[in-house]
Design a protein around this ligand. Sequence first.
Ligand SMILES: Nc1ncnc2c1ncn2[C@@H]1O[C@H](COP(=O)(O)OP(=O)(O)OP(=O)(O)O)[C@@H](O)[C@H]1O
Ligand SMILES: [Mg+2]
Length: 274
Amino acid sequence: MKTDKHSNDGPLEARSVIGFYHVDLQYKDQKALSNVHFSVDNGEFLCLTGPSGAGKSSILRLIAMDAFPTKGEVMVRGMLASKMNRRRIPQLRREIGFVFQDFRLLADRSVEDNIAFAQLVVGVPRAAIMKNVMRVLTQVGLYGKRQRKPHELSGGEQQRIAIARAMVNSPKILLADEPTGNLDPVTAQEIIDLLFRINDGGTCVVFSTHDHQIVKTFGQRVIVIQDGRIASDVKRRVPVDRTASLADQMYRGTDAATAVDNIPATARQETVHA
Ligand SMILES: Nc1ncnc2c1ncn2[C@@H]1O[C@H](COP(=O)(O)OP(=O)(O)OP(=O)(O)O)[C@@H](O)[C@H]1O
Ligand SMILES: [Mg+2]
C-alpha cells in the first residue's frame, strides 16, 4: 500500500525535518546510494537497517552534512545540502546529536568533563554547563558515576554517556550509527529504550542497526536499505509488546530485508521499492 507520507515519488513535505530527494552518493570509486528518497517528520523515530555496506552510515553522514549528494538533494531542518555554506555547518551540527557504535568518549576525561566539553566547543556559558551536565546525566541514570573515567564504566554505561553528550545541547535530531553494535542483547535493548524516552521528549531519532532482534521488536518506522537503495519503508502503527520477554521477542530470521515480514499487514503502511 502506498501512502502519501512515505511515498517515493512526491515532493518533500514542509513539515519534514529531514528530506532526501532522489539522492545518489558516489564515493571516489564506489556508488554508495542510488535514488534514495524519503522524508522524516518532526518527532519521528526511524530505524535504518540492511546488510553491511548497504549504505546506512552514508545516509546518516548525509543528514549530518558530513557528506554531500552527488545527485539529488538533502534537506535538514530547512537547510539544503546544495546551498550549504561551510560556515553554516556548525549551526546545523548544533541541532544534531551524533552517537557512534564505539562511543568515542575522551578517555582521559571524566564523564562530566566529556559532557561539559561538548558544550564548551559550542560556546555554552560556563554557568549553564554544570546544570546541563546534571540534567542529562540524570536523564540517562548515571549522575552517580559522573566522576568516573570511561574505562571505569561498562559498555552500556559508556554508550549512555555518549547519548547524554549528544543530547546536552538539546538537539532537534539525534543520529545514532549502530549504537548497540558493541553491546549484549539486554544492554542493547536498554539503549533502545533510552532512545525511545528521548524521542518521547520530542527529539527526532534516526538510528541504524544490523540487529534482527531490535528490528523485529521496534514498533516504529523501519527503512530497509539494500545495495544503496530503499528496499522497503514500513511504518508500524501498533506498539510492539514491550513487556514480552526477550526470548519471546527473539527474531529468528536471517535476512535483514525480511526482518519486518512478521508484522500484520493491518498494522503497517508500506512502500516497497525493490
Ligand atoms: N569513505 C568512503 N570511500 C569509499 N567508499 C566508501 C566510503 N565509505 C563507505 N564506502 C562504501 O559505500 C558503501 C556504503 O557504506 P556504508 O558505510 O554507508 O554502509 P553501512 O550500511 O553503514 O555498512 P555497515 O553495516 O557495515 O556499517 C560500501 O560499499 C562502502 O564500502
Ligand atoms: Mg555503517
